[in-house]
Write a protein that binds this ligand. Structure first.
Ligand code: COA
Length: 159
């Protein structure tokens, strides 16, 4: 069974993430989307909120499991007997950081590989922080996040 793991902060999930989830789930048997901790970031949405937004955004895809983990990604991979990390690449600027992560992860576990998927062109400028900033200042986010979660994101920042 080919299990891929798609890690990220998902703070919040955007159309760019959903695009990777849809495409990656077509080339594996099971895709585990794992909300993980990036120690360099202080999330705006709680872990529970990020999980709920992901569930609403992804909907009913039988191949996709959504969960969270706070530790090293390689430990989660071993726990779940998964060997492939999937990541989206938006632009050349992502490359250096992603290469470092991929090499670090493989250094920790030689059985684990990272597979990169190019973002779709209309998502290549998108990020969670762009969505947060637009929502905070009343900008339009409808083109950047799934319709079913846009209002929840606006409400979070209108408080
Ligand atoms: N479309 C649109 N945006 C995308 C995207 C896509 N396909 N892929 C990524 N992004 C955005 C993200 O939303 C994020 O935006 P932000 O910086 O505004 O929040 C940005 O690009 C960076 O994404 P990513 O590189 O995936 O970082 P992340 O913070 O979302 O996730 C972890 C990083 C959690 C995967 C990483 O820190 C991790 O593996 N942590 C676990 C601990 C560990 O094992 N560390 C590694 C060894 S030291």
């Amino acid at each position: 069974m080919k299990t891929f793991v798609y890690p990220g902060s998902f703070d919040p999930v955007t159309n760019g993430h959903v695009d990777i989830i849809d495409r990656a789930s077509k080339i594996c048997d099971k895709l585990i989307v794992v909300v993980s901790v990036n120690m360099g970031k202080t999330p705006a949405f709680s872990m529970e909120e990020r999980l709920e937004l992901l569930r609403l955004a992804v909907g009913n895809n039988p191949k996709v499991e959504i969960t969270s983990f706070s530790g090293l990604l390689v430990d989660f991979m071993r726990e779940r007997n998964a060997k492939t990390i999937i990541k989206g690449l938006r632009a050349v600027s992502d490359f250096e950081y992603e290469m470092q992560m991929a090499l670090l992860n493989r250094n920790m576990d030689n059985d684990i590989d990272t597979l990169f998927m190019m973002s779709s062109i209309n998502n290549s400028f998108l990020s969670s922080s762009v969505v947060r900033e637009l929502a905070k200042y009343g900008g339009k986010i409808d083109d950047f996040v799934p319709a079913q979660i846009a209002d929840i994101i606006y409400r979070k920042f209108s408080k």
